[in-house]
Design a protein around this ligand. Structure first.
Ligand code: MCA
Ligand code: AMP
Length: 512
């Protein structure tokens, strides 16, 4: 039984290494020099070369490799090379601005940063400050100093035999207080979850996964790629989600995974209908709540029921609607094999069926803790190894889990998490601002989006465009509130706490 995730993948790769692992239609027609498809054999040899290059760069087992690059097949190979070589992959959202990247590098202390060529100079500057990080580049077409150096590698080294508990990746997630925390995911966590999904969703080597998610978060990188790689599945690799492009490739696919915004955008296309999905056996949705109306409209347009599942960066996937059996809109289904879930009324009391409480999960999929934050880690676990998800849920009489709210102050916009606290701190730092509150309100396209409600200092003036412009210089665009309201005071309760529920009500139509 393998313990390294890459060895798990290798075991599942087809015996015939000439079978296609990945095709990148975005690259077709770009000339002979630009590849548009890779067999499993080619994938293996590139991954081996990339891993060997990192060893030649004197990276050691357990060293972190930070990656902020556009989605490309080579970016996936780089991830796989980290797994193969025993290095710890640290992906960063391409939308992150330098302040955000700087913090993550300072915290994770990577030995290597692979970035877009345009960002190289800024990264070198950061590297100089932190001392020991090397910087190489990789662009969306797989070119750059990393690929160039890898092409010259002569001796491919054998895969490193990682143990189940060894770190495979660190994914940063922001928190309700303070700075982003690095969720430490081991080979064992990722393998357990990938295998559970392969079984639950009946993946096989005859599947074709249409991949349109970004690969710097758990959904696109782990959920989608791991199930495919653990099944010897072919992937059609799109650089980003574009409804028309997805429709063009759907007829050749059997599985598609998305956030709810992907589905609402597909439904906005008049030509999206049954004829496009004749080979499709599975559409999954997650990262944010799928509205029942989207589920229903999708079913009436295609005849297929979207399978909604629920997970977190820290845990991978926890629950899923059934592959066989009724998929219920507004629910996230049952705990996956190997994962336990319970709803708690307090520290020690479990809720009865139908009662609302705090959702906790436990299983091999659950991470070991936050990078160098033992206290934060301890706070998030209850006795017995139960992880406190921060989601509020109930389990109905038939065992379906319903997510009914969040205990954490979090906005999920188009599948990306935005923590109001992080934005409020930046707004409050502006000299004109006395205080602010960021709330999530319904958004036609992204499901939810942020509105900044701001109180100015006496006599100060600041308009929406200026405030938004300043935030865009500091943080990723998707975190920037879509609207700004300047008000006299923020509503507070008797304890002095801002009543965000009232603000959500007041501004509920602001982003419609
Ligand atoms: C782009 N913008 C956004 C978002 N995406 N604003 C809020 N929320 C967003 N998600 C901004 C852009 O910067 C731009 O701002 C403006 O909105 C319009 O951009 P547009 O061109 O429409 O956006 P896009 O490039 O088409 O991207 C939308 C998207 C993308 C395709 C829905 O956000 C996406 O791929 N989302 C998937 C997220 C995901 O994979 N989450 C998984 C996390 P401006 O006009 O100001 O420049 S993992 C997870 O949550 C757990 C584990 C789980 O359960 O899966
Ligand atoms: P992340 O930190 O990006 O991993 O986001 C995890 C959070 O996304 C969870 O704690 C949930 O609040 C939310 N989430 C994931 N899947 C779903 C879903 N199907 N429905 C509602 N919320 C979801």
């Amino acid at each position: 039984m393998p313990t390294s995730l890459y060895t798990f993948f290798q075991t599942a790769f087809p015996d015939d290494h000439r079978r296609v692992a990945l095709e990148a239609p975005d690259r077709e027609g770009m000339g002979k020099a630009v590849r548009a498809s890779w067999t499993y054999g080619e994938l293996e040899s590139i991954v081996a070369r990339y891993a060997s290059l990192m060893s030649e760069l004197t990276l050691r087992r357990g060293d972190r490799v930070a990656v902020q690059v556009e989605k490309s097949p080579e970016a996936l190979f780089l991830y796989l090379a980290c797994l193969r070589g025993g290095f710890v992959f640290l992906p960063m959202n391409t939308a992150y601005r330098m302040d955000e990247v700087d913090y993550l590098i300072g915290n994770a202390e990577p030995s290597l940063m692979v970035c877009e060529p345009e960002r190289e100079a800024e990264m070198v500057e950061i590297a100089r400050r932190y001392g020991r990080m090397q910087v190489l580049t990789l662009d969306v077409l797989g070119r750059g100093s990393f690929a160039k150096a890898a092409a010259n590698v002569r001796n491919a080294q054998p895969p490193v035999d990682c143990a189940s508990k060894d770190l495979a990746a660190i994914l940063y997630t922001s928190g309700t207080t303070g700075k982003p925390k690095g969720a430490m995911l081991s080979h064992g966590n990722l393998a357990a979850n990938g295998l559970a999904l392969r079984e639950a969703w009946a993946f096989s080597d005859s599947d074709v996964l249409l991949h349109a998610l970004p690969i710097f978060h758990a959904h696109g990188l782990f959920v989608a790629c791991h199930t495919a790689l653990l099944s010897g599945t072919r992937m059609i690799w799109l650089t980003k989600f574009d409804a028309k492009q997805v429709m063009q490739h759907l007829p050749r696919a059997t599985v598609f995974m998305g956030v709810p915004t992907f589905y609402t955008r597909l439904l906005d296309e008049p030509a999206f209908d049954k004829a496009l999905v004749t080979h499709m056996r599975l559409f999954t949705s997650g990262s944010a709540p799928l509205l029942a109306e989207t589920f229903d409209e999708f079913r009436s347009r295609t005849g297929l029921a979207i399978l909604e599942r629920y997970g977190m960066t820290e845990t991978g996937m926890n629950t899923s609607n059934p592959y066989e059996g009724e998929r219920r809109a507004g629910t996230v289904g049952f705990p996956l094999p190997g994962t336990e879930a319970r709803v708690m009324a307090g520290d020690a009391t479990e809720c009865a069926t139908g009662e609302i409480g705090d959702l906790q999960v436990r299983g091999q999929n659950v991470f070991s803790g936050y990078w160098r934050m033992p206290e934060k880690t301890a706070e998030e676990f209850a006795e017995g190894g139960w992880f406190k998800t921060g989601d509020v849920a109930l389990v109905d009489p038939e065992g379906y889990v319903h997510l009914v709210g969040r205990a954490k102050d979090l906005i999920i916009s188009g599948g990306y998490n935005v923590y109001p606290k992080e934005i409020e701190e930046l707004v409050d730092d502006m000299p004109e601002v006395l205080e602010s509150a960021i709330v999530g309100v319904p958004h036609r396209d992204f499901g939810e989006a942020g509105v900044a409600v701001v109180v100015l200092n006496e006599g100060a003036s600041l308009d929406e465009v200026t405030l938004i412009g300043r935030l865009k210089e500091k943080i990723a665009n998707y975190k920037v509130p879509k609207r700004v309201a300047i008000v006299e005071t923020l509503p507070r309760n008797t304890m002095g706490k801002v009543q965000k529920n009232l603000l959500r009500e007041t501004y509920r139509d602001a982003c419609k």
